[in-house]
Design a protein around this ligand. Structure first.
Ligand code: CP
Length: 302
C-alpha cells in the first residue's frame, strides 16, 4: 500500500483490507505512536465534514504528523479562479499525503493523477467513501467477530449514499446477503448491484423497513442526502421515509447492531441511543484507529 492512493474501495484487495483492520486494532490498543514525526499531511475539504476531517486530523496528530489544509475553499486561490489541477499540484509540493473531499464524482481520481504524492478520497460526491468503508468493516468485525456470511440490511438513500456503495462492494468479498431498503427513487444503482451479481450473492429489495430487520446481523442506516437532489420537492417527498425507533427493535437477533456513518437527521430516533443495539458513536470513534492504520500504510511507516 506504500505510496498508493486510495480512491475507490476496489483499489485495495480483500487481503489489504484485513491488514488495515489488524493494524487498526493495534492502534486501538495503543493509540499514541509518534511514527510520522516530520511528515506533513494536507487535508483539503471542499465539502462539509465533521467526522472524516476531524478523525483524520486526530489520527495524524496521534502519529506525530503535522496537518495543513482548509475546510471550504472560499479563502484559497480557488476563489481567484485557480484550477483544481493547479491547486492539487501546488499542495502536493507542500505535503507527503493529500486527503480530500469534493462534491464532484471522480475528482479524487483526477487529483491522484495530477499529484506526485498519494491521495486519499474522503468522499467524492455520491460515488465512494473508502475510508468510511474500512472503519465500517472494522466495526462489523468488532461487533460480530467475523466479516463472513452475514446478513446486512442497508436502509435509506442507497442511490446517493457513497458509504453504501463502498460498503456493498467491500462486503461482496465476504459472502454477504444484502437486504436493501429504500424508496423506489433511491434504489442501489445498477453498477453497484453488478458487484453483488458478479459474486453470485443474494440481495433482496424492500420499500418497508420492518420487513428487513429480523434477519439482520447489521442494520446500516443512512441519511437521505438532501445535497444531492436536483429537485427540492423530491427531497421533501422522501425525507422521512424511514425512522428507526426503539419499538422496532423488539424482535431483532441478539447479535444485531445498528450502524450509521453519521451525521443523522431523524432516521434514528434518539430513543435508540441507549439500547444495546446502538453502535454508531463507537463506529465514529473507530474512524480514528482505522485512519491511523491507513495513513501509516500509505506513508510506509508500518
Ligand atoms: N461519515 C462521514 O463522512 O461523516 P462526515 O460527513 O461528518 O465526515
Amino acid at each position: 500500500m506504500k505510496n498508493r492512493s486510495l480512491i475507490s474501495i476496489s483499489d485495495y484487495s480483500k487481503e489489504e483490507y484485513l491488514q488495515i483492520l489488524e493494524l487498526a486494532k493495534e492502534f486501538e490498543e495503543n493509540p499514541v505512536q509518534k511514527i510520522a514525526d516530520g511528515r506533513v499531511i494536507a487535508s483539503l475539504f471542499f465539502e462539509p465534514s465533521t467526522r472524516t476531517m476531524l478523525s483524520f486530523e486526530s489520527a495524524a496528530n496521534r502519529l506525530g504528523a503535522r496537518v495543513i489544509g482548509f475546510s471550504g475553499a472560499s479563502n484559497t486561490s480557488v476563489a481567484k479562479g485557480e484550477s483544481f489541477a493547479d491547486t492539487i499540484k501546488t499542495v502536493a509540493n507542500y505535503s507527503d499525503l493529500i486527503i480530500m473531499r469534493h462534491p464532484v464524482e471522480g475528482s479524487s481520481r483526477y487529483a491522484s493523477e495530477v499529484s506526485h504524492v498519494p491521495v486519499i478520497n474522503a468522499g467524492d460526491g455520491a460515488n465512494q467513501h473508502p475510508t468510511q468503508c474500512l472503519l465500517d468493516l472494522y466495526t462489523i468485525m468488532q461487533t460480530q467477530g467475523t466479516l463472513d456470511n452475514l446478513h446486512i440490511t442497508l436502509v435509506g438513500d442507497l442511490k446517493f449514499g457513497r458509504t453504501v456503495h463502498s460498503l456493498v462492494q467491500a462486503m461482496c468479498h465476504f459472502n454477504t446477503t444484502f437486504h436493501l431498503v429504500s424508496p423506489d427513487e433511491l434504489k442501489l444503482p445498477s453498477a453497484v448491484k453488478l458487484h453483488i451479481k458478479e459474486k453470485n450473492l443474494n440481495y433482496y429489495q424492500y420499500t418497508q423497513m420492518p420487513d428487513a430487520l429480523q434477519q439482520a446481523d447489521i442494520v446500516y442506516m443512512t441519511r437521505i442526502q438532501r445535497e444531492r437532489f436536483q429537485d427540492p420537492l423530491e427531497y421533501e417527498r422522501v425525507k422521512n421515509s424511514y425512522v428507526l425507533n426503539k419499538a422496532l427493535l423488539v424482535d431483532v437477533k441478539p447479535n444485531m447492531k445498528v450502524l450509521h456513518p453519521l451525521p443523522r437527521v431523524n432516521e434514528i430516533s434518539t430513543d435508540v441511543d441507549d439500547t444495546p443495539q446502538a453502535y454508531y458513536f463507537k463506529q465514529a470513534l473507530n474512524g480514528v484507529f482505522v485512519r491511523q492504520a491507513i495513513i501509516s500504510k500509505i506513508l510506509g511507516l508500518k
